[in-house]
Design a protein around this ligand. Structure first.
Ligand code: AMP
Length: 218
């Protein structure tokens, strides 16, 4: 079994790395941000409850995300999973431990994508996402072949509304407020592996693979 958590600020490249790992290990990439955006698109009750928090760059209340993850993990029939964007607070990490314990599962490793603030801002402001398949591009660092069009599925690329400057600052502050206890939690569990996420996508991916191999997790 391979159960991973990717921790780090918005813009650390968690989503990009999660997709790469997910393909390599054939285990699902579970992103609470993607799941919430799906709910928003469907205008579901859950989406409506989450919308204003997301637009402001605030955390959606724990009971919503904890339930969402509990259901998703219970329905998981793969040999593991990669969690991206969850947990984001110690309270969520505790809820996750409880959920996993109930089904006799355990997290194998927590990859912490350490990233400098200027790099986060630059990455988020330039990020473009495919409306159709969710592929991630960057206007400078990873441009699509044709501007505004996804290389994989020809879907339309857009800028997430929370990737605008004013919301970015708030998201970083929210992240900073919550990260220390989370890091402590997983350090105490002996699960934390630190990755230098200031590097390019390929370099970070290489480092991740080496670190996981060292721990016999590949
Ligand atoms: P992300 O795509 O991970 O950057 O998430 C986008 C937004 O979804 C965040 O700014 C939050 O509003 C919300 N969100 C995603 N994951 C969580 C979580 N674990 N807890 C609370 N809110 C979340």
């Amino acid at each position: 079994m391979k159960r991973f958590i990717l921790l780090g600020p918005p813009g650390a490249g968690k989503g990009t790395q999660a997709k790469m790992l997910s393909e390599r290990l054939t285990i699902p990439h579970i992103s609470t941000g993607d799941m919430l955006r799906e709910e928003l698109k469907k205008s579901s009750e859950l989406g409506k409850q989450a919308q204003h928090y997301m637009e402001a760059g605030e955390l959606v209340p724990d009971n919503i995300v904890n339930q969402m993850i509990k259901k998703r993990i219970a329905n998981n029939n793969s040999e593991g999973f990669i969690l991206d964007g969850f947990p984001r607070a110690e309270s969520q990490a505790i809820a996750l431990e409880k959920t996993l314990k109930e089904i006799s599962q355990e997290i194998d490793s927590v990859l912490y994508f350490d990233t400098d603030k200027e790099i986060i801002i630059e990455r988020l402001e330039g990020r473009r996402v495919c409306k159709n398949c969710g592929a991630i591009f960057h206007i400078k660092n990873m441009p699509s072949q044709k501007e505004g069009v996804c290389d994989n599925c020809k879907g339309e690329l857009y800028q997430r509304s929370d990737d605008k400057r004013a919301t970015i600052e708030n998201r970083i502050n929210v992240y900073l407020e919550k990260i220390s206890p989370l890091l402590k939690f997983y350090t105490n569990n002996n699960k934390l592996i630190k990755v230098n996420a200031n590097n390019t996508t390929e370099e970070v991916n290489k480092e991740v693979l080496v670190l996981l191999k060292d721990k016999n997790l590949l």
